[in-house]
Design a protein around this ligand. Structure first.
Ligand code: SF4
Length: 326
């Protein structure tokens, strides 16, 4: 069901004349790593090296791959255009193509007339099918072009919902093709419109309103508990696609103006253990928003995003809350 595009990999390695290839997989695809390593050695003669580092997105692309191989294949994500292009790096997006016709028809009855379609990378190939069916059901469909961090029309990353913002003026609601909560939540926070999530693998459609409200209550509790914080530890991620040093500079300046003490730590992997020794009142992650939104309960101090830290320090008002995006 999920396409690892072995034919394309084979041609790319042979055409490029690569004698060694580093393979990078997100956690959910590591089970296929040995199979792909075998495929490459047996079919192309190139040496395959599996990179075992944790990998969460194209923001994690292992730019130092030349220490181990002449080329890199990154599985499970699309390129981030704003990070530039390297001819020796191939992205295999691992798309799926289940039949979603009946599920989209069912979902259509719950949607208003003007609909935006969004998807995670695995399902962007289904946007055309979904569009056709919704139009047959009498809907006007909008698919937004995201900013330079976004590769496909309609694609949403957990840190970027610009494809939703692009058509927010036209769409009355969004149909989101994807699994899990984090990506649709980014879209739900990033726009005022209703988001219906359709899981293309199960055909189940659901709203994320309840999950969004629960998460918002947790975030407001974290902000509230940071109101009297004096020492802010600003975390900057060293990963190429998550590094936001200038946003950290900007926040540092604003917090300093408010009389707060700031510290900065640079990390590649942000974990509770990595922060154990820094006795700040609050952590502020300038990296992937998921660290604060999904994982904050694991940390011994409140973990805030940049807009949340600004609310805690009185730099912005509560009603100016927004989902952090990169
Ligand atoms: S920063 Fe987070 S949400 Fe954005 S691409 Fe990376 S892992 Fe995904």
């Amino acid at each position: 069901m999920f396409d690892l595009e072995t034919g394309r990999i084979n041609d790319w390695i042979r055409d490029g004349g690569f004698d060694s290839v580093a393979l990078q997989f997100p956690e959910g695809l590591k089970l296929r790593a040995l199979e792909m390593s075998d495929f490459i050695s047996n079919n192309t003669g190139a040496k395959a090296v599996i990179l075992g580092h944790p990998c969460y997105g194209a923001c994690d692309v292992f730019s130092d791959y030349r220490r181990y191989a002449t080329a890199l294949i990154h599985f499970g994500h699309s390129p981030i255009p704003s990070l530039g292009k390297d001819e020796n790096v191939l992205f295999i997006e691992v798309k799926a193509s289940p039949d979603i016709a009946d599920a989209v028809r069912r979902a259509a009855s719950t949607l208003p007339r003007k609909v935006g379609i969004l998807a995670t990378v695995q399902y962007v190939g289904l946007i055309g099918d979904a569009r056709k069916i919704l139009e047959e059901e009498g809907k006007t469909v909008h698919v937004g072009i995201g900013d330079p961090r976004i590769f496909h029309p309609g694609q949403v990353l957990g840190c970027n919902f610009s494809a939703a913002s692009a058509v927010e003026g036209e769409a009355e609601a969004f149909l989101f093709l994807g699994e899990g909560d984090f990506h649709p939540l980014a879209a739900a926070f990033g726009s005022d419109k209703k988001v219906i999530v359709l899981n293309p693998m199960t055909g189940e459609a659901r709203s994320v309103d309840d999950i969004r409200d629960r998460l918002l209550r947790r975030r407001f509790a974290a902000i509230e508990s940071s109101k009297n914080a004096e020492r802010f530890l600003i975390i900057v991620c060293g990963k190429v696609g998550q590094n936001r040093s200038s946003a950290a500079d900007d926040l540092t300046e604003k917090l300093t103006e408010r009389g707060k003490k700031t510290y900065r730590v640079v990390l590649d992997e942000i974990t509770p253990d990595a922060l154990l020794h820094y006795d700040a009142d609050v952590y502020v992650s300038t990296a992937c928003p998921r660290i604060a939104m999904d994982d904050s309960a694991r940390y011994k101090r409140p973990m805030l995003t940049i807009p949340e830290a600004e609310i805690a320090a009185g730099i912005r008002a509560w009603d100016e809350y927004e989902f952090d995006s990169i």
